[in-house]
Design a protein around this ligand. Sequence first.
Ligand code: NAD
Length: 489
Amino acid sequence: MSKQQLAVERARRAFRTGRSKPLEYRIQQLKNLERLFVERKKEIAGALKKDLNKSEHGTPLYETLGLEGEIQLAVRKLKEWAAPRPVSKNLLTLSDEVYIKPEPLGVVLIIGAWNYPWAVTIQPLIGAIAAGNAAVIKPSEVSAHTAKLMEDLLPLYVDKELYPVVTGGVPETQELLKQRFDHVFYTGNCAVGKIVMEAASHHLTPVTLELGGKSPCYIDKNCNLTIACRRIAWGKYTNCGQTCIAPDYILCDPSIQDRVIQEITKSVQEFYTENPKTCPDYGRIINQRHFKRIMAMAEDSTVAMGGDNDEAECYIAPTVLRDVKPEAKVMQEEIFGPLLPILTVDSVDSAIEFINDREKPLALYVFSSDNKLIKRVVDETSSGGFLANDCLVHFSVNDLPFGGVGNSGIGAYHGKFSFDQLSHLRGCLIKQLKMEGVNNMRYPPHTADKLGWARFFILKHVPVVRTFKLAALAMLVVIAAAIIQRILD
Ligand code: NAD
């Protein structure tokens, strides 16, 4: 039996003991996980420094603070999320118990990516634990130091049989994907997303695919360009552009292009000094393969800011490309690096058309002080998430579902959405063996009369409100049942 098979087997066996189900157990595991982030700050930051040159204070801000917030929310709300959810009734179900019961799916496979390796791997785990599942965790091998640390630390804090960490690269992930899971939660690029979905289809396993793509950013002429460009520069160059929801490219009127370049340059200097290479808050490209991929993208465009690079150090300076054509290399795939192309469009209509001509993005950004224009863009486009007058921060609102649409992904998570995504929402109807008279209308022989009654009973909806209303309706049902019984006898 392979290492991967063994881990899945063990997780399934542990799940079958039922110990992941009691709410107290889930809460305990979540609190233990939170402790990991408090007690192991230094080791986490150290590994991320080696993997991506992340700074000591940047690490908690972008990686673990959100996880602590998610855990605290889940601990606070779990009882409410896991409780049976009553639904509205019709006359036929008035005296029954009708509710949705969230139940664990079983064993979830979580495949993480390398760019925010803790955030994107542990956030789904929080949902999996909260929902009462077991989970096999496969961190990305690309952020190798963090993967090793996760493998070492997680078993010290959470149940190692229920939530094993399995490390490895492509062959190990593919071996895992051959196993039967109850859900696969994958974060990474679209091409591998298809491989994951195909593998999952062999067992009819549902998937969540948190993918990427080119997230557009439209800047309206009528907005405060200083503030807009500051926020865009932050959204783009954080983690060296290796953020799934980084603004990928800018669309703006030709008349403001020079100002946009000026303002972004000013912000970059303010954030990362004149020489970002020596600034502790400016990251590195994950490896040389990605370095080469990104550098090749800039080849046929004009550099307006930055452009410096150093292959040995995987360093690419914050860069802006101007007057970029839609056919340029940089516009053919997600950049996932610190290049920011500007494409000029003559109106918001052209921007909307440009966006709608392409795959649905993971995020869509609009900067404008005109609320009507903002609403128009919301109404006339589609994307995983939408954010006006800022970048990235919608990720941190755990009341908003986070996920893609179309090419940018399937499913959504964060907060209660994670809980629901990794639960089976089981429809439950509990009847009594009484009031058989009402059922006569559905039994053969079928007649026009019976159909008429069925129509009345089925289509009449009763919101679950005040008890006296319920009681009145219950009486109505009893009377109706008695009448029908007499008619049909
Ligand atoms: P990656 O290379 O770390 O791959 C992700 C995972 O897939 C890894 O665990 C890896 O082992 C596995 N994998 C890679 N190739 C595989 C194969 N052939 N078969 C089976 N498994 C395989 O990460 P990446 O794909 O380079 O990540 C960057 C992409 O992820 C970007 O497109 C980015 O936008 C996207 N992303 C999306 C989100 C989100 O929340 N939507 C978050 C982070 C990253």
